[in-house]
Design a protein around this ligand. Structure first.
Ligand code: NI
Length: 140
């Protein structure tokens, strides 16, 4: 059954929209709307997948952020201290003049690992966050 389409208005920074348009044209989407629908579906799948992270887990959080964003480096450090019980290690790379890459390895309850990643994601100046988790070898 065809679902009714709802129309929404979205404000986006010009640069973000133009990068999005480049990608949807490379990927052959027939329209911007189609690309946005797909992006929202992916977002939902990703979020639901993250909600499914349960039990004892090893997690890797990969972040790219601007170190020029006021207070951001301190906030990221505070979060890592707050989750100090499960943070095993981190690696920092100065990518260029503006951007830093940080890889954080955690081990502990899956929901806690997820919570740490979400807190980092919510900070202004964080450009990209990826969380991957794997269960401990003994469960496999
Ligand atoms: Ni750096």
């Amino acid at each position: 059954m065809e679902q009714e389409l709802m129309r929404i208005g979205v404000s986006l920074p010009e640069k973000l929209l133009s990068r999005f348009d480049d990608i949807i044209s490379q990927r052959g989407y027939s329209s911007r709307s189609e690309g946005i629908r797909d992006a929202i579906r992916n977002y939902i799948v990703h979020y639901e997948w993250m909600s499914d992270v349960q039990g004892e887990r090893v997690g890797v959080i990969t972040l790219v952020y601007s170190h020029n964003q006021r207070g951001l480096v301190d906030s990221l450090t505070d979060i890592q201290h707050d989750f100090g019980r499960i943070v095993e290690s981190s690696l920092h790379v100065h990518l260029d003049h503006e951007n830093c890459l940080e890889v954080i390895i955690l081990r502990g309850d899956g929901q806690e690992v997820k919570k740490a990643a979400e807190k980092m994601m919510a900070l202004k100046g964080v450009k990209h966050v990826k969380l991957t988790t794997t269960s401990m070898g003994s469960e496999l």
